[in-house]
Design a protein around this ligand. Sequence first.
Ligand code: ASP
Ligand code: MG
Length: 408
Amino acid sequence: MRIVVQKFGGTSVANLECMRKVMEKNKKILDQGIKLVVVLSAMSGETNRLLGLARQWSKNPDPWETDALVATGEQVSVALFAMLLKDNGIRARSLLGHQAEILTDCSAGRARILGINSERIMEYLEKHDVLVVAGFQGCDIRQRITTLGRGGSDTSAVAMAAALKAEMCEIFTDVDGVYTTDPNICPKARKIPRITYDEMLEMASMGAKVLQIRSVQFAKKYQVPVHVRSTFSDEPGTIVTKEEEGMEEAMVSSIAYDKDQARVTLMDVYDEPGVAANIFAPISDADIVVDMIVQNPSREGRTDMTFTVPRGDLDPTLKILERIKTEIGAPAVVHDAHVSKVSIIGVGMRNHSGVAAMAFTSLKNEGINILMISTSEIKISILLDEKYTELAVRTLHETFGLDRSDAT
Ligand code: ASP
Ligand code: MG
């Protein structure tokens, strides 16, 4: 049995007219004799409306009841859509998370999928041509309804595709693919035809607006090809896939940026075993994610420790440091909340040298000062003053040839 999974986001199911467009997309697949699993989000704005209700009702909404509440958004869209398909003579039915036996762990609001009863779904597919599955929701072992975190329908769709060994998971959305950078700040940004899972993961800050990052991790683990494309056009979008020959030819595939950054420096802490642990353990216990870290000897027996945290976590971080300051021997803590991180991403970097030097030179030519640098195999991240973000992105985009249409 040939199977394709198609996922449609909130703006694609916002009203009857949009749903008709969705049905047209379904028909193109059905006409090829392929069975369809259609995963839907709630109609646009609905999840926020429901969360708002929870906050009106309770100062501290119970997380389990919140999940039971927000999951209704997807229940509405799948029922309405299945109704439309049936009216048009298509053999379809809706399935909620627990009916599709999407088993998750027991964490309300950010549950992870543990398994899907694929045999049961295959049985349903014998009798129906389209199964309309509620995204974003599952059920835990105690029969509690769970949700997968904002944007979680992407992950539902990829998990379905993995469980059913579908040929493709198409994610239909209101953008037409993944771009070489944010088109809002760089008009020369272009749609990327193919990108690897790893590059997409590294694009987290930008890419996450297009796909829930967890869905990409899932796709990578089970090698599900994902096609991100627009509901409102027939143009191909971006295929997220495993690395293939030829993909390494382009040195750099995209430039990402993240303005949600703050920098903290602990000056002159003791240079001895355990100091880093003593600094970062309490920060991680507070669920704060530290990103770039640089340790640099300042004078005999002393070292400076600089790192970045999400801007919203700066205050709690400073409070923690205040508490442990004496223990680690830090005479001063300085911070800067107006920094941003610009990243150059590309699997091709593995085989090309000189990417870092090229990036630094182009920033120098614009008079942009680099505050911190961190690298991974396929990414170079540069921390800079927030006010230079747009300029840096545009400059790097041009330097690495991404403005040109033959670059990727
Ligand atoms: N409806 C959920 C949300 O708004 C899940 C999704 O759309 O993917 O986050
Ligand atoms: Mg989304």
